[in-house]
Design a protein around this ligand. Structure first.
Ligand code: ADP
Length: 397
């Protein structure tokens, strides 16, 4: 069985064709700058990488180019689209409407459209991606796999905000959390690696990338997570502020003459590591600048690590202990100084890391950086959101 996984952004479309018998990637690639000048498709298959520079005015054209790359004589890996048994689409926001991965139907797509209010940046892109795939493959089953699903096991007291209960009921304003497929994948990998049963472990998973979130996984279930109604909450991120006193946003908006949506754009795009450092949202740039003595770059890194550390401590308290901490995603897998700063001074929960092992380069496999006498395991586990989406799609079928 072959599953095509699609991750649509507003101007991008990433894809992977996965053979579910082996769970191996047959081909993968990325369409960039859809609807903008200079669109290009990068396609990797059979040990080759090809770049196709063609105008992609919309996602329909992008999907057509992906299917052409997958089937053509030179770069192709399948003889026709009929060999694609199903398509799994990454979807970000589900509201309380979709608590599980869901097969696409007209009714489902209508509900997705209603949810655009909740995720104006993300849901329209997923809808466009689904529609473009349906246009090209009308008979192929399609699934929506939500970033939020893994977190529906949170207890009520963890997902509720202390707002008027009537407003929660009316508008479903609550914590949903994101990166669920990643937290689920790495926590399951940790369980396997440690040779335990899910119910035996309390794990804190740190998905640290351009967007970052931290999750408490108790007995295989998400019981709390740092992102909220939207991905703006939690630790500071590449360009997002993370947690902030809402009154600070109001104060700044008044001073700078911003309306509420401008203030939200400011908090999403101008803050975080980029805003504090004034240099970059990218941790590679930040660590390079900090190494040269740049104070604001170092400050941004210190704030990030401090915030992550507080979430780890909070989740250890919430779960009455922690057996394992997992680092994943771009920063979690590749930035030793961030991991070291987060794990420093954690003797109170019996945690230490092996500083030398922590410095070793990412080799794409699981790395155990647990310190010699540490009671808490510390693992670096490469995430694989696409594989989770493909697995959930197969399960639905
Ligand atoms: P997202 O999926 O949220 O866009 P990623 O998980 O790809 O983000 O993480 C991007 C971040 O990871 C960037 O800040 C980047 O600096 C950092 N990073 C550090 N080293 C690497 C590396 N070798 N490869 C990719 N990202 C890296």
């Amino acid at each position: 069985m072959k599953v095509l996984v699609i991750n649509s952004g507003s101007s991008s479309l990433k894809y992977q064709l996965i053979d579910m018998e082996t769970e191996g990637v047959i081909a993968k690639g990325n369409c960039e700058r859809i609807g903008i000048d200079g669109s290009k498709l990068t396609h990797k298959a059979k040990g080759m990488e090809v770049v196709v520079e063609k105008p992609m005015p919309d996602h329909n054209v992008a999907v057509a180019l992906v299917l052409e790359a997958l089937t053509n004589a030179e770069t192709g890996v399948i003889s026709s689209m009929d060999e694609i048994d199903a398509v799994g689409h990454r979807a970000v926001a589900s509201g309380e409407t979709f608590k599980k991965p869901t097969l696409v139907s007209d009714e489902v797509m209508e509900k997705m459209t209603e949810l655009c209010d909740l995720a104006p940046l993300h849901n329209p892109a997923a809808i466009v991606g689904v529609k473009a795939c349906l246009a090209a493959m009308p008979k192929t089953p399609m699934a929506l796999v939500f970033d939020t699903s893994f977190h529906f096991t949170m207890p009520e007291y963890a997902y509720m905000y202390a707002i008027r209960y009537e407003d929660y009921e009316k508008y479903k304003i609550r914590r949903y959390g994101f990166h669920g497929t990643s937290h689920k994948f790495v926590s399951q990998e940790a369980v396997k690696y440690l040779g335990k049963k899910p119910e035996e472990l309390k794990i804190v998973t740190c998905h640290l990338g351009n967007g970052s979130s931290i999750t408490a996984v108790d007995g295989g279930k998400s019981v709390d997570t740092s992102m909220g109604l939207t991905p703006l909450a939690g630790v500071p991120m590449g360009t997002r502020s993370g947690d902030i006193d809402p009154a600070a946003a109001e104060y700044l908006a008044k001073k700078e003459n911003m309306d509420i949506s401008q203030a939200m754009t400011y908090l999403n795009k101008k803050c975080g590591m980029a805003g504090v450092s004034g240099i970059s949202s990218d941790f590679r740039d930040l660590t390079a600048a900090a190494d040269k003595g740049n104070h604001r770059a170092q400050l941004a890194l210190d704030m990030f690590a401090y915030s992550c550390k507080k979430y780890v401590g909070a989740y250890a308290a919430a779960m009455n202990g922690v057996d394992c901490i997992v680092f994943t995603a771009g920063v979690g897998e590749n930035t030793p100084c961030v991991r070291e700063a987060i794990c420093e001074n954690m003797e109170y929960i019996g945690l230490s890391i092996d500083k030398e092992k922590n410095q070793e380069k990412n080799n794409g496999s699981i790395r155990d950086i647990t310190g010699k006498d540490s009671k808490v395991k510390v693992l670096i586990i490469p995430t694989n959101e696409e594989l989770v989406i493909a697995r959930e799609t197969v399960e639905l079928l």
